[in-house]
Design a protein. Sequence first.
Length: 404
Amino acid sequence: MTSPFFIALLLAGVTAQFADKLALDTITLAATQGGANPRFVGFLVAAQSAAWLLISLPAGVLADRMAPRTLILAGGALMTLGSGLGALLLAGGAIGPGLALSTFIAAAGPVTIALSIFVLMPKAVTLAELPRANSRLELGRAALSLVAPLIAGWAVARASGWLGLGLCAACGVVVIMAASRLPAERPPAQPRQPLHRAIAEGGAFVARHPYLRPIALCAIGWNLAFFAFMALLAPYALRVLALDPATVGLASSVYGAGAIAAALTGAWLIARLPTGVLLVFGPAVSLFGAAALALAPPALGWPALALAFFLFGFGPILWFITQTTLRQAVTPQPLLGRVSATITTAMYGMRPVGALAGGLAGEWFGVEMAMWLPVGLFALSTLAILASQMPRLKVMPVAELSPG
């Protein structure tokens, strides 16, 4: 896996995700420091999420029709354009709709890049090397996700938030340079369908497939649960567990440690444990972590919160590496982009719904009782896997890998 092809893919993927996280941290901090109200800060976050919602499905179709190298180049250009515009706006103190628009443009880049890498990865490495390749990609993302908030905080604290977005624009240039080393071959010609039918074909394949359908349902349930949890986290930790903000931040950072641990051990575990066990493990440990926190007395609040975040980082990242490898193995090459886009859209579509449900539950029932909402949703995500054929899956279904 030291081929220039794989290294270029790794560099493009990790850099794009780092820039996406850095941009989010920078714009929210800079806007808040600039006097924006919570509603507008939420609008900025929604602008970034909207790119994943609105761009994923058409980008998935393009990833199946065009040379993925072309899409990665386009993604790098969008990152540079959007982040560069945002940096100019922050430098001029212009915190308004223009910043939201630049955020959307910049976020469209990592969307197209992520989908293109999913399509290209099975061509860059052998099927046996896919778990290790996906683990390396997640390791880079997890490590840099720890660095992004530090850079954003440092820049905004010096009234130089534009530097954070300037670095994101530079990341776009790095992506373009990495993409230039990728092969320019186009996918084999397929009958050209209207966009809506091409998108529907990918969704129908996921809905019919005995492995992809439970993966999608599990991902929907988990994202609902996690973002309901995140909406309740601050009031629950501060009011019920009586923790101070610094302690909550320290416990939350354990998530990164769990994600890095999963990325480091993912390929080793996938090679040694039944695939079905790993696919159950991710949502199941999330359920355990959330339930342990909901049951923990205030005296054990910090250890319980740190344990929950470690499990949220370790289990789901290991699950993500496993299911990504499985999706690449069982999806025909002409459908890779659309299948990935379908699951990505389902996940991101649930995030605002989960956050809204968590906030409303906290308002109606009180945060202590509402914390059982994410517990129940994590249970449903676990059930989506347990009720399928997945638990009986011993190894990756190599024989199902299809070129078309």
